[in-house]
Design a protein around this ligand. Sequence first.
Ligand code: ADP
Length: 581
Amino acid sequence: MSGIVESFAGKSREVDPFAEWVHALASARSRDEVVGVLSGVTGMFPCSRLSAVSLLNNKHTFYNIQVLRPSGVDPEFNSRHFSIATGMPGWVVRNRSSVIVDVSSAPEFHEDLEGKLREAGIRSLMLVPLQAGEDILGTLMWGSSDEGTFTQEDLSFAKLVGMQTAVSFKNLDLFESVDKKLTQIELVNTIAGRISSTLDLHELLSSAAEIIQKAFNFFDVTIFLADNGKEYLTLVAHSGSYIDFLPHGFRQRVGDGIIGWAAEHNQTLLANDVSQDERYISHAYHNTNSELAIPLSSNNEVLGILNIEETLINAFDKTDLIVLETLAGQLGSAIRNAKLFDELNRTNDKLSQLDRMRSEFLGIVSHDFRSPLSSIILATKSLLRRETVRSDPRVAEYLKIISDQAMRLNYLAEEILSITRLESGQLTYHFKIVNIQTLVDEAVSLVTFSHKHRLEYSIDPGLVYIKGDEQKIRQVLHNIVANAVKYSPQGGIIELTIAEHPESMILVSVRDEGIGIPSEKQEVIFRKFGRIESEDTRGIKGSGLGLWISREIIRAHGGEIWFESEPGNGTRFFFTLKKAQ
Ligand code: ADP
């Protein structure tokens, strides 16, 4: 490096300050810092009174001059914009060549630039382009009060300075864009996190549009959703400069315009210069030069479009595209989830409405059943007590059947009524100290055992008093013992035990040798109307309500209910209740 510098710079200049300058340039982290470092090199031409840098805008239509070394020249042109069609810096950019000229005979003379320099006594100029490879970024310019002071040697050195500076600017642009992309990728992660945790479609899309627009500083971001028939796209979320012009609800036909095309073909459409794209539909308020429409799809179905508009031509690069397409993919799945969630909610609402109607109906029916049933039970029981009736075994047998069946019906009506009360919060409890031994006896007497079953029970006499609602505990006991009989159709022993349990509780258990319950059905059987449909249960009648009600009752008593089972070998139900203190 030093060799090259020497050969360009000649003997009169020292190598070290230049090397230091190059080093400083390489460590500059912003355009301002580069300009600052650049000022340090201006003194390298002892003959110059003025040095200035001019930088082109993105579209290369004008340049902006910044004076690096104020030198008695009152540069009115400082920070002004000049068209590249005018002034010497414009000439250098257009011709991509370096030049030494006398101000008065400059090939391009602008009154506000060269005119002002001449007024300030500048006679000759030296200009070099800021060029890195094919890219031209602007010019460097030096001025002297004498004519013919700049030499070819100076020009060679100036070219080198120009090249180094351009490379620095270029690196800085790359560095900034990598930095920007990193920040954007981080933001994408944040957005993705937020998106996947929202199931409210409206909130999801509004926040996505806003975050994308703000994070990338885009001019305008809109999100459209496709209708089910894929005929129209409707604007549902908007953030950016056109917000006052395009209201929510704005519709565009699929197939029309940039977004319509992207939706129809389920393909990203990048129009980096919309004036060159015949699909582009211009609106009166439009200031758009680039547009990017990305389909929001899931399982190959287009659900909507993410549409981004920018005022610059070529506003979107490859990285933007990758980042935004990734984001759109996540947005697509999130929309699908939110839609499914919506549907699920609607179905759930319908189901709970149906459930409520069914409960209400059952409540009314069972309530109206109870009085006639009570009359039948009473009447049959009093008939059965009569000697004349009992002396005729057939009459007695039939009356017994009527009484048993009426009692079962009554029990069912009771069960259904409990549910409707439970659901409406009207089930009231009357807690008192009760003898569980008596409740077991009463509950067992209501169960119809077959000759194949044998009931065994052992109750610790020290544990018979509990705190509870008599009628409801009886109902639980009855349900569990009746189930033990029902679900052991082949017969066997049914064992009821009551034992001590920690924390002043008792543990009631009812064991049978029946069909058992598969472990994966644990949850099902405690649900309302939850029954196991299998070969073994076919033909066994039931409502699927008993265990649900039992669990509600036990929990209201501060206890818990569960079971252990071995399919094919029987089941043991357990529940706990509080001892009377
Ligand atoms: P029901 O017996 O009226 O169907 P339950 O709520 O009392 O309703 O019971 C729910 C389900 O749990 C039953 O349908 C049955 O499949 C299962 N189940 C209950 N108790 C037993 C048991 N002891 N053995 C096997 N399965 C049982």
